[in-house]
Design a protein around this ligand. Structure first.
Ligand code: ZN
Length: 271
C-alpha cells in the first residue's frame, strides 16, 4: 500500500463518518439538550470520531513514512506467531482527545486531564508491570504517521495482542465501561479486558456497557481493523465526576488488570 492509498482510505473513512452524521441530523442537534440516550451518545461519538480522523489525516499526510508499512508487510510474511503486548496511546499531542474533569483528574500539567496525556502515563504503568512480569511490551504513539503509521510499527513488532487506550466522555452524566473491537479474532481479547474492568470498578447493570462491535464502521474502526486481536478500551467516563474519581484512584490497578487480561487470552486459543 502506498501513501496515496492510505490517504484515500482515510478520506473514505472521513466521508463515511460524515455521511452517518448527515443521516441523523436530529440526533446531532439533540446534543445541545444534553440528554444521554443511546442515539445522542452515538451521534456525539461520530462527531468526536470525525474530529479525530481529521487530525489523523493531517498527521498522516505530513509524517507517514511508507517504508514502515512495507517493513510491516515483510515481517508479517516471514513470521507467523506474535509475542507480547502492544500498547497504543489513543489520540495525539496536537488533538489530545476528550477532556476529563479536573479534579478528580490532575489539573497539572494543563494537558493531564486529556485522554492522550492521562493514557501516556497509563501506558508507562502497563509497560512497567509487563517488564516486571517478563512480558514483552512496547508503547506506540499516533503522533508520527497517524493511526496507519502507529499500527504499521505495531505490526512490524509482531504482538500477540494490542490494546489502544482511551477514556470516554459525553455529557458529564453518563458513566460506565465499554470495550470496542472490530475483527472476529479480537472478540475474546476485548471480552477479557471488559471482564477485568467490570470486576475492578464493580460495574453492575447498565454500567457494564459491554462490547461494541465496530466492524461496520464508527469510532475506533480505523484503529481496530489494522491488526487482530486488538481492542480499544473506554474504561470510564472522564467527564463525569464519580467515574473520573474512580479512574484516577484505581489507575495502577487498571494497568494491572490489562496485564491480567493479557495473561488470560494468552492461555486461550484464538482461532
Ligand atoms: Zn478517545
Amino acid at each position: 500500500m502506498d501513501k496515496q492509498q492510505v490517504i484515500e482510505q482515510l478520506r473514505a473513512e472521513i466521508e463515511a463518518t460524515r455521511a452517518r452524521i448527515d443521516a441523523a441530523p436530529e440526533a446531532a442537534e439533540s446534543l445541545d439538550r444534553r440528554g444521554d440516550d443511546t442515539a445522542e451518545f452515538t451521534a456525539a461519538e461520530e462527531v468526536r470520531y470525525l474530529e479525530e480522523l481529521r487530525d489523523d489525516l493531517e498527521i498522516t499526510e505530513a509524517t507517514l513514512d511508507v517504508r514502515e508499512i512495507e517493513a510491516a508487510a515483510d515481517v508479517e510474511a516471514r513470521e507467523s506467531a506474535g509475542d507480547g503486548l502492544a500498547v497504543v496511546v489513543g489520540h495525539t499531542r496536537s488533538s489530545p482527545g476528550a477532556q476529563g474533569k479536573a479534579p478528580p483528574l490532575p489539573r497539572n500539567p494543563d494537558t493531564a486531564r486529556y485522554e492522550y496525556t492521562w493514557n501516556s502515563k497509563l501506558a508507562e504503568m502497563i509497560k512497567e508491570r509487563a517488564d516486571a512480569s517478563g512480558i514483552r511490551c512496547s508503547v506506540f504513539f499516533r503522533d508520527s504517521g497517524g493511526i496507519t503509521g502507529a499500527y504499521a510499527r505495531v505490526r512490524q513488532w509482531r504482538p500477540e495482542a494490542t490494546v489502544e487506550l482511551h477514556f470516554n466522555a459525553f455529557n458529564e452524566r453518563a458513566r460506565g465501561t465499554e470495550t470496542l473491537f472490530a475483527l472476529p479474532r479480537s472478540r475474546a481479547w476485548a471480552q477479557a479486558l471488559q471482564d477485568e474492568f467490570v470486576a475492578l470498578y464493580e460495574r453492575r447493570g447498565s454500567l457494564d456497557r459491554g462490547l461494541k462491535d465496530r466492524s461496520g464502521g464508527g469510532r475506533g474502526h480505523l484503529s481496530l481493523t489494522q491488526i487482530a486481536p486488538s481492542a480499544l478500551i473506554e474504561p470510564f467516563f472522564g467527564d463525569e465526576a464519580s467515574d473520573a474519581e474512580l479512574g484516577e484512584r484505581t489507575k495502577e490497578r487498571l494497568a494491572e488488570s490489562i496485564i491480567v487480561a493479557f495473561g488470560k487470552i494468552r492461555a486461550m486459543p484464538l482461532g
